[in-house]
Design a protein around this ligand. Structure first.
Ligand SMILES: Cc1cc2nc3c(=O)[nH]c(=O)nc-3n(C[C@H](O)[C@H](O)[C@H](O)COP(=O)(O)O)c2cc1C
Length: 193
């Protein structure tokens, strides 16, 4: 299923095509495609070029890791994300490597890396669904993360599946139109009143 953005201005086709499905096909993602996604993330910009992003990747080839990520998700997210052939945990290193001071931009940089990865994914016919609905404490425990590693988001990745067999509440969400606030509501040429 496609749900292209209805745009007021022309944008890159991969950005318009990206959306966050909750149903995935049972098709594995080729290792070279996975590598392309992380290559895209790698070339993202970051504060001090510190590259604070880290990704733990679980696939059907690595069921222990896959299940440890699945185990962190809230029940609603488990209900649909378990159809994805790849689950990823995006993690920020919250201290700069050059001086060990707190990096207030680490989470920003991880988000930007995932945004870059998402565009690359779309251009390969892949889709991802990011999730805040997971237990960060469980992620820290399951993966023995050091104190300065902050789990930021879980991500389900794969090829889009079909609607057949989906629970009715999720089917309704999948069919809902994608909406956005107008540009005028978030771009300003003067102080916000
Ligand atoms: C940081 C972040 C956290 C999100 N958390 C969840 C989540 O826990 N569960 C879920 O079903 N969708 C989650 N979403 C998906 C958003 O609901 C979705 O991106 C938004 O509705 C816009 O839809 P689109 O991505 O299809 O354009 C999350 C997205 C982001 C970026």
């Amino acid at each position: 299923m496609e749900k292209p953005a209805v745009t007021d201005y022309t944008i890159n086709p991969a950005i318009a095509k990206r959306w966050s499905p909750r149903t995935f096909a049972n098709t594995p993602v080729a290792p070279e495609h996975l590598s392309s996604l992380f290559e895209a993330a790698r070339w993202s910009a970051s504060c001090y070029n510190d590259q604070p992003w880290n990704f733990i990747v679980g696939t059907t080839e690595t069921p222990d890791t896959y299940n440890q990520i699945l185990d962190c998700l809230v029940p609603f997210n488990v209900s649909w994300a378990k159809s994805a052939p790849v689950l990823i945990l995006a993690i920020a290193r919250t201290t700069f490597s050059h001086n060990n001071k707190l990096n207030d931009w680490a989470v920003y940089d991880v988000g930007q890396a995932v945004g870059t990865l998402a565009v690359q994914a779309t251009s390969l016919g892949l889709y991802l669904h990011q999730m805040a609905g997971f237990d960060p404490a469980k992620a820290v425990a399951n993966f023995n993360l050091p104190e300065n590693f902050k789990p930021v988001a879980a991500i389900a990745l794969g090829y889009i599946g079909d609607l057949d067999g989906l629970p009715e509440d999720i089917k309704i969400k999948e069919l809902q139109p994608r909406t956005r606030n107008p540009i005028s509501s978030f771009v300003f040429d003067k102080a916000l009143s």
